[in-house]
Write a protein that binds this ligand. Sequence first.
Ligand code: ZN
Ligand code: ZN
Ligand code: FE
Length: 764
Amino acid sequence: MTKVQDLSNAHISVRGAVQGVGFRPFVYQLAARHNLRGWVCNTSGDVKIEAEGEPKDIEAFQKDLRKLAPPMAHIEDITVTAGKPANYGSFEIRPSIPEKGKYQLISPDIATCPQCLHEIFDPFDRRYYYPFTNCTNCGPRFTIIEDIPYDRANTTMKNFEMCPECRAEYEDPGNRRFHAQPNACPVCGPQLELMDGSGCPISCDEPILEASKLLKKGIILAVKGLGGFLLACDAANETAIKNLRERKHRPAKPFAVIVASLIDARKHCEISDEEAKLLSSPASPIVLVKWKTESTINKTVAPGLKYLGIMLPYTPLHHLLIRTFGRQLIMTSGNISEEPIVKDNDEALKRLGGIADYFLLHNRDIYARYDDSVMLVEAGKPRFARRARGFAPYPVKLSFQSKQILGCGAEEKNTFCLARDNYAFISQHIGDMENAETLEHYVNTLELYKKLFKIKPEIIACDMHPEYLPTKYAKELAEKEKLKLIPVQHHHAHIASCMAENCLTDKVIGVALDGTGYGTDGKIWGGEFLVADFKGFERAAHLEYLPLPGGAQAIKKPYRTTAGYLAALGIPVSNDLPLTHYLPEGELEIIQEQVKKSINAPLTSSLGRLFDAAAALIGVRGVIDYEAQAAIDLETCAADAPDESKDYPFTIIEENGISIIKVRDMITDIIKDINDKISKEAVAARFHNTIARLITEVCRDISNKTGLKKIALSGGVFQNRILFRKSARMLEEAGFEVYTHHQVPCNDGGISLGQVTIAHFNER
Ligand code: ZN
Ligand code: ZN
Ligand code: FE
């Protein structure tokens, strides 16, 4: 027995993502190891511990809290205050205490852990083949939470009463399933059900086996996953893929493929160590990797592309289905073109009825819609194309204490962002805000985040584009709740988001290159060099303004952009240009007339459009089926001429203190190369070289004027691997410090983060 004078007592508060990740049983076991007594409990704001014992033991315990924390715990902060000894007889786990106004970080959903995986393939385990197996180290989290604290009663598992065996695991602090809120087994947990396309149940003992037999016949299966329905079909069956494309109204956009294991993945793709690590990480995202030509995955999965989006199974259901099926499956979001992912059973039968032949359903409700995350590795580091499953709602940490602010985001690839304290809670990918369904998803998700993180925005930030749906929503909300509304320029937001995630606060040279963003002059910006900080920006340089004949029509038909640019620059269209193949009879004359008279030909400085124009000029793509397709094809084409070192000229002129980049010389030289029968691949590569040099030269010029050395690269154009790699390297060689995105996408998915930070520094 410890003598009273040696007894010490410590009140410990642990903050971070420490609930639903096995933290309390860890504390319980750690306390036993260090001979401590007292208690641990979850509150709405932290995990509280009172530990009593010998001072040296308490000290060792505190050290181990951080050092030995469970894999999915993310400790932000530990505070300790001395308490009065209360002579506890044991260490216990106390019931959760909800506290008004307090909040906690919430863990994202986590891919099946190795132990659970072992169990589902062990014929002697009671969870053999059970598709809802999970433990405190893995399984659903964010998608099932209705409110905090994270207890079973506050999740969609509340309707499942645990059987005695599950209950015993749940209550045993020494068990891996101690307080695993979604804990379940075949006796007491959720069950699968197979239905046909009209919603009639198909009676069978083994729905997974039955579903996989059907998949072999080439059917399309809707599978209820973690954060919504996925559409699956045999990735080797061209007819099935064709059907899926037709029914989903998705003629060419690439699909993601799920493979059974890393070994399987390596048969089809080249995978670096970093990519392997990312694929098998707890977040288990889709990773874009180099596709081998000998792969048996059908080429129509990602027509014409060198990179394929693949993922490993991340739930027991995925593992079981893919192993039973025996080869690779397409797994794509269960939705119709641009609508949000379907999450409820009734909704699925109604909305996906025209796409899926069969449904593999279950009776565990999904509370939050959650798409798969999409990532890529460039220069050895992961980058996001889409941030959702496995990451949201984990926040980006800010370098300052933020007011409570809502950033409503951009229109495409929308996310919103809610900030408080030093956290920016960026929502999971919401989608393109083009229809009522997506707006509803947006509003519901916003309400959930406000509730979970106890945020009541004092300020609302939005894009300057008057026609963006999130901007209209922001205006209405600000009016209704009498809140201050701060419109933020699109490219300034891009740069601020890059600054925020890199904890930069001083002025930088911001290179914001994308397709479309509303400028302060009402024109369409997108090839922008800004001198910026959170407080404001100056437009230091931009691509020259050129006309988009027909506006949105030109975006869908890049040949129109090319023809418009040529007309504006006074470059004739000779008959031997590949461009003429795209132009229907008489359209060239109409476009030229449109440009001459400025009829429905809005002006843009967009670099994304210059990529489009180059793609159609070279004859790579004249009409697109999905966003950025022409630029992607141009990049793919350039990849086949990797050793090309030539580039094209351009000129920079000064106009009212702003540098304007003129592209006439570039375009005439491209045409010269085409006439000289230089290969498409070489011309595409030379074009990429040109843009990388252009970025470097303009930055050098701005740096000479301002003395700035830090460069922030942002905007969707930087999803282009070749351009990103080349320009980052050239800038570094020129002596610049280059910053880019690793926590949020460089595309419009990162805009909301930038809006929030700018609003914080501009609220007066
Ligand atoms: Zn597990
Ligand atoms: Zn059970
Ligand atoms: Fe953008």
